[in-house]
Structure formats: structure tokens, C-alpha cells
Design a protein around this ligand. Structure first.
Ligand code: SF4
Length: 345
């Protein structure tokens, strides 16, 4: 039976609704929800069969999000910072799986940094989405290892440590697809996700995803100080303010646009130029350094190296997923084990 592709259905005859997940429980206006919507859209537009997808995550607000997209796919919420190990096992056991991992800056750049590096080094075939907000949202907004030097919490605390640039780290670890984007730029996020899905090997998307509750404003009248001066305390209660999502941004290649965040702070986004060559490594590293020096947030496909060989190719696995092979094929028997042991005698 041939599938009729319409505006509402993709090449599989599925609708966007077939790629949705459960309702989000995150704070209203959280950047992570915008990214989940774009993941839903990217998989729909790419016509990926939902049952072939494995959604993996660690711990944190971002790691809750796989529940909010691709409700018909496989999913596992792993231990804090350990999603890379689970992903490595999953794609090795079944090389036909399409793996997407969602992580946060704490999960990736602190507790999971070692795992992240080895995932990149092995070039595990997967899309790795880092929802980067510079704070630990789940534990009430402490600085994470990607927070910029000199940035302030709404408490007024100043970050006195330099950030880990995960894109730079990924390039240095041999990652062949490295991109950075902004949750309020859905067009770019979808395009980068689609490119990532088409890439063989690890594809890293470092997406600025504002935490509207803990890192999006400073100086609230609901602050500890204000409350201490004005409130007659009956009991301790948390207040999660409601914010509208940031307006969407559109800007041309090579141009910069200034975005005003909820707290009035400004962010300068610069899109890579039309003639920018993401395969030119010296140019890529120079551009990353220059954008940091100019205090700009460079977005687009930063680095691309199609020549990298991914983990499952290097392991020379058979084409049939290991998980589907009969026991006789994966368990050779005692005589084989004995002959191997004899070689060590
Ligand atoms: Fe999102 Fe921050 Fe709320 Fe967590 S605490 S759900 S990161 S807005």
C-alpha cells in the first residue's frame, strides 16, 4: 500500500501527534519544553519509525523530557551522568536502533563528564542533546560547570569559575557533528536535529535552554531578602513564577541578533555565515575562540567531519542486531572457551 504524504502526514502516513509524548510537568516557559517540541517535529518530518527509536537520559530537569516526546518509542531514564554508558550498550546490542540522548549541563559537564568524553571518543552513533541553562534547576539553581565566568545568580552570587565549553571539548575529542543553538530558534533547532539524525556517529547539539525559574531573572520581589523584610512567615513555601516563553528569533546567516531575556539581560546570537565551512578545523577553532572573546553566542553547525568511523562500524559487528541473534550464535559453547583459554596457557 502506498503512503500518501500530505501536509499533515509524513512519509510513513503518521501525523505529528503520533510523535508526541506525555504532557510536560516542567515550569511553564522552560526552554526544555521548546526543545521537546522541536525533537517531536524533527522526527516527524524525518519520517522516523517511532519503534526504532531509543530515548535515553540521565538525571535533571532536562532528563525528564524524553517522557514528553515520542511516546511510542523505547525510553530509559538512567543514573545521573551515566546515560552515555547505557547508550553505548543499547546501540552495540542493536545497531538498527536510532538513539537520542537528552542531558543537562550538570549531567554532562560535571558528574557525567568522564562518560561524555568516552562517548565522544568512541563516536557512539547517537544524537546527544545538551539542554544547557548554566544551573542545576532540579536542585534549585546552583551554578553548573557551563555557567559563564562573571555571570550572576538571581541571588547575586557571582560565578568565579571559567565555563567548560562542551562544543570545544567535543571537537577535541573527535566528534564529527557539533552544533549549538537556542531553544527559542525552533527553525534552527529542527534543522540541526535533522542533520544530526542523518549523521553516522555522535552528533552533539549544545542548546541554550533558559531556566525561567532559577537563571532567568535577578532581583525578584519574591527573593529571600524581600521576603525576609516584608513577609510575616507562616510557613516556608516555594514560589515558581510564570513566564511566557521567549519570542522566536529569525536572523540571516552571518548576522547577529540581540535577544532580551526575561530578566532584562541581553544575549547576542550570531549565526554562522553562508560561506562558513564547518569541515575546516582551524577555522572552526578560531571562530569558537573569537565568538567567546566577542561575548557572542555562535549558533549553527559549528563542525562537521563525515570521515569519522562510528563505534559499531569499528567493532565490525554483524549486520543483524546482537540482541536478535539466537543463543547458538552468541554463546559459542565450552569447547570454544577452552580453546581460547589454551591460547593463554
Ligand atoms: Fe525548567 Fe528551570 Fe523549571 Fe527545571 S527549574 S523545569 S530547568 S525552568
Amino acid at each position: 500500500m502506498s503512503i500518501v504524504v500530505t501536509k499533515k502526514t509524513n512519509r510513513l502516513g503518521l501525523t505529528l501527534a503520533d510523535y508526541k509524548g506525555a504532557d510536560s510537568t516542567l515550569c511553564s516557559g522552560c526552554g526544555h519544553d521548546a526543545i521537546s517540541s522541536q525533537i517531536t517535529r524533527a522526527f516527524f518530518q524525518m519520517g522516523v519509525e517511532p519503534h526504532r527509536v531509543a530515548k535515553l537520559s540521565g538525571i535533571g530537569c532536562s532528563s525528564k523530557t524524553p517522557a514528553y516526546f515520542l511516546g511510542r518509542s523505547h525510553g530509559l531514564n538512567s543514573v545521573h551522568g551515566r546515560m552515555p554508558a547505557v547508550a553505548t550498550g543499547a546501540v552495540t546490542a542493536n545497531r538498527h536502533l536510532i538513539c537520542i540522548g537528552v542531558s543537562g549541563d550538570g549531567d554532562t559537564a560535571s558528574i557525567g563528564l568522564g562518560q561524555f568524553c568516552h562517548l565522544l571518543r568512541r563516536n557512539v552513533p547517537m544524537v546527544y542533546v545538551l539542554e544547557n541553562n548554566g544551573v542545576y534547576g532540579l536542585t534549585k539553581g546552583q551554578f553548573s560547570a557551563t555557567a559563564d565566568l562573571g555571570s550572576r545568580l538571581k541571588t547575586g552570587a557571582v560565578n568565579d569559575l571559567p565555563p567548560i565549553d562542551v562544543c570545544k571539548l567535543a571537537i577535541e575529542m573527535g566528534c564529527g557533528y557539533v552544533a549549538r543553538s537556542f531553544a527559542a530558534d525552533p527553525k534552527q533547532v529542527v534543522a540541526l536535529l535533522q542533520g544530526a539524525l542523518a549523521h553516522r556517529g555522535t552528533a552533539l547539539l549544545d542548546i541554550l535552554s533558559p531556566c525561567v525559574t532559577f537563571n532567568d531573572h535577578d532581583g525578584s520581589t519574591k527573593s529571600y531578602q524581600w521576603g525576609k523584610e516584608h513577609e510575616e512567615l507562616l510557613h516556608e513555601i516555594d514560589f515558581v513564577p510564570h513566564f511566557e516563553p521567549l519570542p522566536e528569533v529569525e536572523y540571516a546567516e552571518g548576522e547577529a541578533v540581540e535577544v532580551t531575556m526575561h530578566d532584562g539581560s541581553r544575549l547576542i546570537l550570531r549565526k554562522t555565515a553562508r560561506d562558513y565551512n564547518p569541515t575546516d578545523l582551524p577555522q572552526v577553532l578560531r571562530l569558537l575562540r573569537e565568538s567567546r572573546e566577542r561575548n557572542e553566542f555562535l549558533t549553527g553547525l559549528i563542525y562537521y567531519n563525515p570521515a569519522t568511523s562510528d563505534l559499531v562500524s569499528r567493532l565490525r559487528l554483524v549486520d543483524s542486531p546482537l540482541a536478535t541473534l539466537p543463543e547458538s550464535a552468541v554463546k559459542p559453547g565450552p569447547e570454544v572457551l577452552e580453546s581460547i583459554l589454551r591460547e593463554y596457557a
